[in-house]
Design a binder for this molecule. Structure first.
Ligand SMILES: NC(=O)c1ccc[n+]([C@@H]2O[C@H](COP(=O)([O-])OP(=O)(O)OC[C@H]3O[C@@H](n4cnc5c(N)ncnc54)[C@H](OP(=O)(O)O)[C@@H]3O)[C@@H](O)[C@H]2O)c1
Length: 252
């Protein structure tokens, strides 16, 4: 793959590793997020290491009114990069995961998570839709979660936001398929990032680097949905099939 990758939530550990992967394949990058200082450093580092164009962009997922203007800017930047056919591709990595108890206790925390993980994602992808349709091609990769497969005691609100994102992406993929756009939802298992550092030891934990390399390879093969690491496919198949009384007794 080549062209431009717009990385949404580019300060995320997973996104950072994916940006490196894309740059190593010669892609130009638009690094979008809130921490401009970090994005500027990252852009300079990628440009020096890989000789690609890398541009920091300010992006706030919860500022829905800004999304149309933000996407127009991204389109202009991608056209300037003009690498290959100048296709714009998207890696959507922003998200938050406050504890379930925190969300239960404070409606603002709950609403903030829904807004960042789902409403913000739907809004920015909605603004991107016509751009992707018009360019007749490109790839969208979004980070869902195994938590979206079945609501667990410990984080069902987070899981619900990822389940909603998956359903959105299914319809989005169907709509854009006629334009040759590929849409992939990665159902991510635990990755060793800031999001998980405070949690008890999790099984099959991937490093951001391993995860990003696998995501890049999978994105090259087509859309749909995919468990990463793939071990989560059999694990989640079992979890989904557990009878409700058994599942409800599990402390997960
Ligand atoms: N780590 C895991 O085990 C795991 C598992 C399954 C799925 N995922 C998903 O993978 C994605 C990346 O997570 P990560 O593990 O790399 O976590 P991370 O390092 O905490 O990154 C999360 C990123 O989201 C950004 N973000 C949060 N709210 C935002 C908002 N309102 N507007 C713009 N950006 C916002 C953060 O930006 P700031 O730096 O500005 O706060 C940060 O860059 C998330 O969608 C997460 O749900 C992670």
């Amino acid at each position: 793959m080549s062209d431009t990758w717009l990385i949404l939530g580019a300060s995320s550990a997973v996104a950072r590793a994916f940006a490196r992967e894309a740059a190593s394949h010669g892609a130009a990058l638009l690094l979008a997020g809130r921490d401009m200082e970090d994005l500027e450093h990252q852009a300079a580092d990628l440009a020096i290491r890989h000789g690609v164009s890398a541009q920091p962009m300010r992006f706030e997922a919860r500022d829905l009114a800004s999304h149309a203007g933000f996407i127009a800017e991204c389109r202009q930047e991608a056209e300037k990069n003009g690498a290959g056919r100048g296709l714009l591709n998207v890696f959507l990595a922003f998200g938050v995961m406050p504890e379930q108890a925190e969300a239960d206790a404070d409606p603002a925390v709950a609403a903030g998570m829904v807004e960042a993980n789902f409403t913000g994602a739907a809004s920015v992808l909605g603004a991107l839709g016509p751009v992707l349709e018009a360019q007749r091609g490109g790839t969208v990769v979004a980070l869902g979660s195994v938590a979206g497969d079945r609501g667990r005691k410990r984080n069902f609100l987070y899981g619900a936001t990822k389940a909603a994102l998956l359903v959105y992406l299914q319809g989005y993929a169907a709509r854009l398929s006629g334009a040759g756009v590929r849409v992939l939802c990665i159902k991510a298992g635990p990755v060793d990032t800031g999001m998980t550092w405070a949690l008890p030891k999790l099984p099959f934990m991937a490093s951001p680097r391993q995860f990003a390399a696998a995501a890049w390879r999978r994105a090259g093969t087509g859309g749909g949905s995919a468990y990463l690491p793939v071990v989560w496919w059999p694990v989640m198949t079992i979890i989904r099939l557990l009878p409700t009384p058994v599942f409800n007794k599990l402390n997960i």
